[in-house]
Design a protein around this ligand. Structure first.
Ligand SMILES: [Zn+2]
Length: 231
């Protein structure tokens, strides 16, 4: 059961009625789940029919990983994200007084003498934007759905874009501000929905869907694009 380079593992289950599913684990292994009595030939056929898809997925993951692992250098031309778009960095020698890092005319301008502190300056810039934009959006959606948080905190979390405490205080990562507005709104509405229901129960997802019918699209976007959030 190999395609020359890849093999797969079969998990047969009597609880599974009809469909086969194929999963690529985070280690890059392939697992096919099938009903108990599916013949090997049928499983092999299923695997073959998914080979192009598998190759694409694995390639995409490698690219993601490379992007994630490559450190930021904060050099001229490097791109930085803001609200779903990317803008190149330009190192400048400004005349007169100006903040050391600004976004203007489609570019991030960084003062040359402050370049050694580029990372801190970016974090500060993102944090400030996050505080403004996320604060505004939370107020907007909170009024709309009549779900009122007790506070808003901005964090640096990498994978946890938002959270809701037992006391209904919401936290959001400043990294979220790199994502498009719809994605930011999804995380905000998700956390607001936790004011009603703390756990990810079926009821929780139903509430969320009534607030934001297309939420799955945004959730999917987050899964596929998390590499954007590194700094
Ligand atoms: Zn949640």
């Amino acid at each position: 059961m190999a395609d020359g380079t890849r093999t797969y593992k079969i998990i047969r289950s009597k609880n599974r009625k009809k469909t086969m599913t194929l999963q690529i684990t985070s280690e890059g292994n392939i697992v096919i789940r099938t009903p108990l009595r599916t013949p090997d030939s049928e499983i092999e056929h299923f695997f073959q029919s998914r080979k192009i898809w598998i190759a694409k997925k694995i390639k995409a993951r490698e690219v993601d990983r490379e992007i994630q692992d490559s450190p930021r250098n904060f050099t001229e031309g490097e791109k930085f994200y803001y609200l779903g778009d990317s803008y190149p960095l330009e190192i400048t020698e400004p005349k007169g007084v100006r903040p050391p890092l600004i976004l203007t005319h489609g570019k991030f301008l960084l003062t040359r003498e402050k370049a050694p502190h580029a990372k801190e300056l970016f974090v500060k810039w993102y944090r400030n934007r996050a505080r403004e934009i996320i604060g505004d959006r939370v107020r907007f959606w909170s009024t709309r759905f009549d779900l009122v948080p007790t506070g808003i905190t901005i964090t640096s979390a990498w994978q946890r874009y938002g959270s809701c405490s037992a006391q209904n205080s919401l936290s959001f990562s400043w990294r979220l501000i790199m994502a498009p507005y719809e994605v930011i709104d999804y995380i905000i509405i998700h956390e607001l929905a936790h004011i009603k229901e703390k756990n990810h129960t079926e009821q929780f997802w139903r509430h969320l869907e009534s607030f934001m019918p297309e939420y799955k699209k945004q959730r999917h976007w987050l899964r596929e694009n998390s590499h954007m959030f590194r700094l």
